[in-house]
Design a protein around this ligand. Structure first.
Ligand SMILES: [Zn+2]
Length: 59
């Protein structure tokens, strides 16, 4: 099961949670601090930053 990054706007804190890919498509994880989902948003993994940098030319 992959680990996803989330951010809770109520607590102002990022957190990670293990979810099924299909689950992640339709919903977000519950915040471990306030145990709510309403203000939780998905975060895009930073892996894509590295691939973009590589193609711009590294000295
Ligand atoms: Zn929270």
């Amino acid at each position: 099961m992959p680990e996803y990054e989330f951010y809770c706007r109520t607590c102002g804190k990022p957190f990670t949670a293990f979810m099924h890919v299909k689950e992640h498509d339709v919903e977000v994880a519950e915040c471990p601090e306030c145990h709510q989902k309403k203000q939780v948003e998905k975060r895009i993994p930073e892996v894509s930053v590295f691939t973009t940098r590589k193609s711009t030319g590294f000295r």
